[in-house]
Write a protein that binds this ligand. Structure first.
Ligand SMILES: Nc1ncnc2c1ncn2[C@@H]1O[C@H](COP(=O)(O)OP(=O)(O)O)[C@@H](O)[C@H]1O
Ligand SMILES: [Mg+2]
Length: 248
């Protein structure tokens, strides 16, 4: 597998807080990479600096060898980076369909579908995530689960090459969690997109990810197969706790 994303010595500081310290890793084309770590580890900050919502202080970020640190977030979207937000960010006053159409119209560089085509495509993604019956509902009236589906529909509608998913299952009940896991699997199968998945439910990543990266207080503490990372002493101490010794 070829390398799609390369991150070298990435650092980001918020006043006194070193949210990312010299973080280096890569993601290969086609991989599903899990990103774990305790609250405040820097996971969301990492997505924010890669997708352009925040500017990093130091380090190199490259997509297929091209440095994209000078690009704004919409330009990063155009080269294939897309993401969902841990706290969903819909246009609350717009209906669900109108929340997805802008992703089709503005999320891609080379295609310029007309409104009719864009509507059709937006409906396809709503159908795909299971939200088509809510297309006329204002986003403010959605449940947290439906908002997470909407985040995924909007991200997919930009046709990403690398999709960052930030805690898609947080706050869901067990039935919704199962459905979300299934949806993530069909996203992989249908679109073949490379995924970086921030997730606290470790058993889900043990199944879905080929590799897991662990952060703690802004520092990368592990990077390996799910089994390697689940058995890593630093990861167990910082995050997982001793029940994960079962993988030893
Ligand atoms: N926009 C921000 N301004 C100030 N501090 C921030 C900001 N975003 C994150 N932080 C801080 O950076 C650290 C990492 O946060 P975050 O990346 O959200 O962690 P995680 O997603 O792993 O829980 C935390 O200490 C957090 O309080
Ligand atoms: Mg976070």
């Amino acid at each position: 597998m070829a390398e799609l994303l390369e991150v070298r010595n990435l650092s980001k500081r918020f006043k006194g807080v070193r949210a990312l310290q010299d973080v280096s890793f890569h993601i290969r084309q086609g991989e599903t990479v899990g990103l774990i770590g305790p609250n405040g580890a820097g996971k969301s900050t990492l997505v924010n600096v890669l997708c352009g919502q925040l500017q990093h202080d130091a380090g190199d970020i490259m997509l297929e060898g091209t440095d994209f640190s000078g690009m704004r977030s919409h330009q990063r979207c155009h080269i294939g980076l897309s993401r969902t937000y841990q706290i969903p960010r819909p246009f609350p006053d717009l209906v669900v369909l109108y929340n997805v159409i802008p992703s089709v119209l503005c999320g891609r560089k080379d295609s310029s579908p007309n409104l009719e085509e864009a509507t059709k495509e937006a409906l396809y993604y709503l159908e795909f995530v299971g939200l088509s019956d809510k297309q006329h509902t204002e986003a403010r009236d959605l449940t947290i689960y439906e908002l997470r589906l909407l985040e995924l529909a909007r991200a997919l509608a930009t046709k990403p090459r690398l999709l960052f998913v930030d805690e898609v299952m947080a706050g869901l009940n067990p039935g919704e969690t199962d459905k979300a896991v299934e949806l993530m699997s069909s996203i992989k199968q249908t679109f073949g997109v490379t995924i970086c998945w921030i997730e606290h439910v470790m058993s889900v990543l043990m199944e879905a990810a080929q590799r897991i990266i662990a952060l703690d207080r802004g520092i990368k503490i592990a990077d390996g197969t799910p089994e390697e990372v689940a058995n890593d002493q630093k990861v167990i101490e910082a995050y997982l706790g001793s029940e994960w010794r079962q993988y030893a």
